[in-house]
Design a protein around this ligand. Structure first.
Ligand SMILES: [Zn+2]
Ligand SMILES: [Zn+2]
Length: 141
């Protein structure tokens, strides 16, 4: 497991590679994403930053920049709210999300790749997919 410092440095170099400026809010947000172990909503991240110099709009804007740069993953939820996590592994996986407490776990496999192959055979390129699973976790049951 890479140390959190290493993950932070990797994320910073991804920012540089994407020619994104390394601002204080971005650094703080990245540090937080590195430290938290579960995906959080923009509101939760904003709350955790606990600082007056970051408004929620700044958090949203930077999360969007991170997502576009491939630094963060956005996980859509049933409520319409998105959760964010650091994209530490360049590895493809999905999540199971608890509807009640938003506990999130990785599902380390993707069956949809087979469908992507079918779509490729039909001549499509740049194929992506979004798939999240929802349930009620053991604690909430
Ligand atoms: Zn739960
Ligand atoms: Zn997949």
């Amino acid at each position: 497991m890479p140390s959190s410092n290493h993950r932070f440095d990797t994320a910073i170099s991804s920012l540089k590679k994407e020619k994104l400026r390394i601002t204080e809010p971005r650094k703080a947000l990245l540090q937080l994403l590195v430290e938290v172990s579960k995906p959080l909503s923009a509101e939760e991240l904003h709350e955790n930053l606990g600082s007056d110099h970051f408004d929620l709009v700044t958090v949203y804007r930077n999360l969007e920049a991170f997502e576009n740069a491939g630094i963060a993953n956005r996980i859509p939820t049933e409520s319409g709210k998105s959760l964010y996590e650091l994209n530490a592994e360049q590895h493809h996986y999905h999540h199971i999300i608890c509807r009640k407490c938003h506990h999130t776990e990785k599902l380390d496999s993707c069956e949809v790749m087979k469908l992507e192959t079918l779509a490729k055979d039909l001549g499509y390129s740049e194929i992506t997919h979004v798939l999240e699973l929802y349930g009620v976790c053991e604690n909430c049951r």
